[in-house]
Design a protein around this ligand. Structure first.
Ligand code: AMP
Ligand code: GLY
Length: 419
């Protein structure tokens, strides 16, 4: 089967790497891909926003399954367009992906279906939001309703900070339409982790848990990023908590989409806060996480194509994926300045040597090939991913491999997988 993967990040390189191991996969295309996906298959110069071009490409090449990485393509209706054209595609429709692309929609869904989440209120009027902030307890969390490149959440410690966040989102429009409506919610204290579950409309298949490190700097300080590194397992979801997540979140989610007639088929990736009152959902993502996918797919021993197809076909109940018991750690190497502005085009050294180490895979994110050199081409550049008997050893292996890789102004966190 020919596969088309949409996107260009580390997640898409990991998807390509894993799908290439399936004996049923004949060729992988990645649109637009990066230097890593180009080593596995063929990159196609079409961006995720060029939905008509991608449908034409899939039809012309006889693609058997298209797999969507990024959220904005899902929100823009890429799955709907492929389905209308009779092309097989993995991911939720735009209507179902609203669970990620509108926090107000997601909050309403969770409230109606008894899924535990932070207490919140929605606002469409900035005056009302400002009045609410003046009387609230702090810290307070202010979220743009729509997709805002991971920057739409502000944790305000003071009324002045909350007023500023409301003003920027609703009055100045710094997130565009995404921030004209906002959710203001209580601050939850606890340990953050996430799960991934394939959902086929009537059931789900749970992946192991993973933990991202979202802040730019050590000790969870600095600005939020797309993710500076991940570990799996996270060590936070033990047996009873995991059971609780299944019954309290996933069972209710599947019952909810059926009750609402929301045909969700794809990856559900809820962000969770494990609070003193049990796990609560911070947000729903309707796609594979990045860099969560890098660690999860290192641990998946079964054929990913079988799982994705079963999800599209509604036959997940027949799948029982096998997972590596070992721990995976992914350390992101980013461009200096990320998540703010950064330079591109820096030559990367040491890639081949690091990738040749046993149990290490270097996933590319923002990279591009230029002749026989590989250059930086984005904020997150590489994800050095290692598998070992436990997190401490996987961490040592990943950092050891990452030490051999260099580019000008490289930035990384030193505490991924640390205590
Ligand atoms: P979200 O995009 O909703 O996951 O929010 C981004 C990040 O903000 C999360 O990963 C949390 O670290 C933090 N966050 C979001 N909502 C809350 C909350 N209610 N309480 C505490 N932290 C939160
Ligand atoms: N790593 C967080 C995300 O993919 O949203």
């Amino acid at each position: 089967m020919k596969i088309l993967i949409i996107g260009s990040g580390g997640r898409e390189h990991a998807l390509a790497w894993k799908l290439a191991q399936s004996p049923r996969v004949e060729k992988i295309f990645c649109a637009p891909g990066n230097a890593g996906t180009a080593q596995i298959g063929e990159n196609v110069p079409l961006g995720p926003e060029d939905i008509a071009g991608l449908v034409d490409f899939a039809r012309g090449q006889g693609i058997g399954l298209t797999v969507v990485g990024p959220d904005d393509a899902l929100a823009a209706g890429i799955v709907d367009a492929f389905e209308r054209a009779g092309q097989r595609i993995f991911g939720p429709t735009a209507a179902a992906a609203r669970l990620e692309s509108s926090k107000i929609f997601a909050k309403d869904f969770m409230r109606r279906h008894g899924i535990p989440t932070a207490e919140s209120r929605e606002f469409t009027d900035s005056g009302e939001a400002q009045a609410w902030c003046r009387a609230a307890k702090y810290p307070l969390v202010i979220k743009a309703d729509g997709l805002a490149l991971g920057k739409g959440v502000v944790i305000a410690e003071t009324p002045a900070a909350a007023a500023e966040a409301v003003h920027r989102a609703m009055e100045l429009g710094v997130f565009g339409e995404a921030g004209r409506r906002i959710v203001i919610e209580e601050f939850l204290q606890g340990v953050e982790c996430s799960i991934h579950a394939l959902v086929d409309g009537t059931g789900y298949c749970l992946f192991p848990d993973a933990k991202d490190h979202k802040r730019a700097f050590e000790g969870d300080t600095g600005p939020n990023t797309g993710g500076m590194g991940t570990i799996s397992p996270s060590g936070t979801l033990d047996g009873p908590l995991l059971e609780w997540v299944k019954t309290g979140v996933l069972d209710r989610f599947v019952a909810g989409i059926q009750a609402d007639g929301l045909p969700f088929r794809g990856m559900l990736f809820p962000g969770l806060m494990i609070t003193a009152d049990g796990p609560k959902v911070l947000e729903f993502n309707c796609r594979f996480g990045d860099p969560e996918t890098q660690v999860l797919l290192r641990r998946l021993q079964s054929d990913l194509l079988d799982l994705l197809e079963a999800c599209v076909d509604g036959t997940l109940d027949r799948q029982q994926p096998v997972w590596d018991e070992r721990a995976a750690v992914c350390v992101v190497l980013a461009s200096g300045g990320y998540p703010g502005s950064y330079e591109k085009g820096k030559p990367i050294t040491g890639l081949a040597e690091a990738g040749a180490l046993e149990n290490v895979v270097v996933f590319h994110a923002g990279t591009k090939a230029a002749g026989d050199r590989i250059l930086t081409n984005g904020g997150r550049v590489l994800g050095v991913t290692a598998l070992a008997a436990d997190t401490a050893r996987a961490r040592e292996l990943a950092y050891g491999a990452a030490d051999g890789i260099g580019f000008d102004q490289m930035q990384r966190r030193e505490d991924i997988g640390g205590a």
